[in-house]
Design a protein around this ligand. Sequence first.
Ligand code: ZN
Length: 490
Amino acid sequence: MQDLRDRLTRITHLGQAAAILEWDMETYMPEGGADARASQVATLRSMAHELLTANETVTLLENARPESDIDLDLVRIVKRDVAKATKVPSKLVAAMAEAAGRAKGAWQKARATNDFPLFAPHLERIVDLSRQHADALGYADQPYDALLDQYEEGASTRQVADVFEKVRLELVPIVQAIQAAAPLDESPVHRAFPLDRQWSFGLDMVQRMGYDLHHGRQDVSTHPFSTSFSISDVRITTRSEEHFFNPAFFGTLHEAGHAMYEQGIDRALEGLPLADGTSLGIHESQSRMWENLVGRSRAFWTYAWPLARQTFPESLANTTQEDFYRAINAVKPSTIRVEADEVTYNLHIMLRFELEQEIISGRIAIKDLPEAWNERMVSWLGVRPESDTEGVLQDIHWSLGAIGYFPTYALGNLMSVQLFEAARRDLGDLEGPVSRGDFAPLLGWLRTNVHQWGRRRSADEILRSATGSPLSAEPWLAYARAKFGNLYGF
Ligand code: ZN
């Protein structure tokens, strides 16, 4: 068991070193370093892959004598990891890492200059490698199943499509009711918010929520993310706009929600492949909970409003707490996913979920993707991107080779409300403590029911043990009807 643990820890360290190189790529690395860096990351990733799938690992797993529940879970889960990794040739793993490294540089340039044709050949290559990847992994129904399973283990395309359709059937009337109602005044969040104060206000707030800066830090990147180098070093990035309060503040809450999950993993799992989020859906449920269910609630602003007024006295002097609450919750279909409101966000995800299936199956050619994107934006959200930068080029994911990732965002939205309702049921009162700036009861509940387990419990096991139910669209729909019915008077 000890030999197995030592070997797995070495593999984990290689992955963590690659994560540091990738973090640097997003935050500090000069643009010209991209190609060399892509090769370095590919080297580390393929070394980890070779060590994991080597005969020595298989022998250690077969001969291991588990002495604890953690050992039992470790052997069970790593056996599954090895079985999956063995299906993928290390040459393909290295090719995907290298293609992604190059594509990301091209995507950044294409996005900055609104030049989709510059990115298209890279995306072409990524789609081709993704098809090879799906074939190597195997699938029951369609190639997209294999890609989705990488991020949301156990989920199938068909299941996800069914759940999304339930949401969409109810979302459309909700969006229609909102569009028929008088719009909320968004001007309170569009005043001047000095960038340095946005930075410190967000960081101060997530520390109060429980993000531990002794084991974390915040930097700037084009697309905000969180990343873990160990349970004791979990970082976030943010970006800000001077005349828009929401991106930096709610982005910081979002990424800190991810980071608090990783910081809350049982320290006994440090260095082991169990010390990770169990699925991206569960991961996203944590970020969405702090961003939306806490950060966009009346209870939270009862606490945070005086602090916000102190921090931004010039901009907020003539605004009431209720006006501010309404401004941060305004629903308005827009072209940009990361700035989308809680109501329309899921439609942005469904669009990507469908287009991904279509480019993988070949039903849509890469060159036709911008137009297919724009047409669906018009028919689902009623808005047309003015450029590809605001359309098909807005997200980093495809350039990273992450096809099958997007649906986990909407799954996370659904799971966040399921878990939040279970926390309220168990704790009796959530809004009271939050309105006094006491986030410990909620964070403690999440530590116990979600965070500590790392990968030891699957997404489905987390949901069933914490809430008593499997994944369901209904809690999110009930939440959306109640909250936005109240805001928009329907
Ligand atoms: Zn997220």
